[in-house]
Design a protein around this ligand. Structure first.
Ligand SMILES: [Ca+2]
Length: 93
C-alpha cells in the first residue's frame, strides 16, 4: 500500500515536470476536468489525491471516484494522471 502511494506520487511528479516542459495540448475536455478536490483550481492537491488512489479500483479502500478522470473507467492509472497534468494550473473562471 505504501509503495503504491510512493510510486503514484513519483509518477505524478515526473509527469508534471515533463508536461510543463512539453506543454501538452489535449482533446476537448471540460475545464474543470482534473479538479479532483473540487476547489476550482487544478493544482498539486489534485495530483496528491490521484496519487493516493493510484492503482486502485472500486473495491479498494483508497478508491476515489473523483480521481477517475479517464478511461479505463473504474481504475486509477496513468491516463488519469495525464488528464490531470494536461489541465494543471487551470482555474474555474
Ligand atoms: Ca481511470
Amino acid at each position: 500500500m505504501k509503495s503504491k502511494l510512493i510510486t503514484g506520487l513519483m509518477v505524478t511528479l515526473f509527469l508534471v515536470s515533463m508536461l510543463s516542459m512539453v506543454c501538452l495540448v489535449s482533446a476537448p475536455i471540460p475545464r474543470e476536468e482534473g479538479d479532483v478536490v473540487d476547489d476550482d483550481i487544478v493544482d498539486i492537491f489534485d495530483g496528491v489525491a490521484i496519487g493516493l488512489a493510484f492503482g486502485s479500483n472500486s473495491t479498494d479502500l483508497n478508491w476515489n471516484p473523483d480521481a477517475d478522470l479517464a478511461e479505463e473507467w473504474g481504475l486509477i492509472d496513468i491516463m488519469d494522471i495525464l488528464v490531470w497534468a494536461s489541465h494543471f494550473g487551470e482555474a474555474d473562471p
